[in-house]
Design a protein around this ligand. Structure first.
Ligand code: S3P
Length: 174
């Protein structure tokens, strides 16, 4: 069983995912990192040069592949879950945990937005964050669990994820 982390930019998917993987001795996979390695370019440049549609296609392919793995902690990009195909693939062998945070906290954590193509050009980043969050609400709410990370340190978030994982494993045993 995999632990899949979804949620908006700046909610801590990568940092807490790494912590969880270290604590549980599971492999850590960051789908954005795989995309960058494959494309030999930064996400922000892939968006600029080839466009979001192209990025989403690669993202789907990568998610399809990593969903076949087992015993991994998988951090996905903030928009991945919007695709029904990605959702179905990730759910096949994983508990889907959404990390959330208040818009003002997200703004702080994503500033400067040099690595965030969807916020980079926005003159009113807080507005863009709120709008995107609203649009994505129905998708994030499909996760099995949600953890609000606004006022938690990554260590605390990691502990909560581990507790969820252990409970799910126990459930599967009985
Ligand atoms: C995106 C989030 C990014 C990255 C890309 C698109 C999004 O990942 O996949 O810039 O659509 O929200 P993070 O959530 O890790 O920043």
């Amino acid at each position: 069983m995999n632990i899949i982390l979804t949620g908006f930019m700046g909610t801590g998917k990568t940092i807490t995912g790494k912590l969880v993987s270290e604590k549980l001795g599971m492999e850590f996979i960051d789908t954005d990192k795989i995309i960058e390695e494959r494309e030999k370019d930064r996400i922000v440049r892939i968006f600029q040069i080839k466009g979001e549609k192209y990025f989403r296609k690669i993202e789907e392919k990568v998610i399809e592949e990593v969903s076949l793995k087992d015993n991994c902690v998988i951090a996905t990009g903030g928009g991945a879950i919007v695709s029904e195909k990605n959702f179905r693939n990730l759910k096949k062998n994983g508990i889907l945990i959404c990390l959330s945070a208040d818009p003002s906290v997200i703004l702080k954590r994503t500033t400067p937005a040099k690595d965030r193509p969807l916020l980079l050009k926005s003159k009113h980043a807080i507005q863009t964050i709120k709008e995107l969050l609203e649009r994505r609400k129905p998708y994030y709410s499909k996760a099995d669990y949600t953890i609000d990370t606004s006022h938690l340190a990554p260590e605390q978030v990691a502990e909560k994820i581990i507790e969820i994982y252990r409970n799910e494993k126990d459930k599967n045993k009985s």
